[in-house]
Write a protein that binds this ligand. Structure first.
Ligand SMILES: *[C@@H]1O[C@H](CO)[C@@H](O)[C@H](O)[C@H]1NC(C)=O
Ligand SMILES: *[C@@H]1O[C@H](CO)[C@@H](O)[C@H](O)[C@H]1NC(C)=O
Length: 102
């Protein structure tokens, strides 16, 4: 009798845990696709230090790709979009954060 009770209890706990996990998963937004080419429209800023408009294609792309910046840092073509001194224009112009510790 006691064993059966324990088994049922375990099943209940497992069911609760599983449903919680599913709830957390459902609340997580879909992962964004990292696409360094979306930074291409920011080339003027990197090359010439021009300040992009807050709603420009450049800034919109940066805001969308912000979670990917650390990954882009190692990209041979687009790494400089994160590491160049001119990239420091982006935080104030586009309201994105350029990571310094990755
Ligand atoms: C950027 O676009 C959004 C939505 O279209 C608008 O609400 C906002 O005022 C714009 N900001 C600037 C600085 O143009
Ligand atoms: C800038 O980004 C922060 C954090 O993501 C956000 O809270 C704030 O509303 C943004 N400001 C503008 C002007 O979009």
């Amino acid at each position: 009798m006691k064993n059966l009770f324990l088994v049922v209890l375990c099943a209940l706990v497992m069911a609760l845990l599983t449903s919680n996990v599913q709830e957390i998963n459902a609340q997580t937004p879909p992962p964004i696709t990292c696409d360094a080419q979306r930074l291409a429209s920011c080339a003027g800023t990197i090359l010439f230090g021009t300040r992009p408009a807050f709603n420009s294609t450049c800034c919109k792309g940066l805001r969308q790709q912000e979670p990917c910046f650390c990954q882009f840092k190692n990209n041979p073509t687009y790494g400089q979009f994160i590491t160049s001194p001119n990239a420091q224009i982006f935080p104030s112009a586009c309201n994105v954060t350029i990571p310094t510790n990755c």
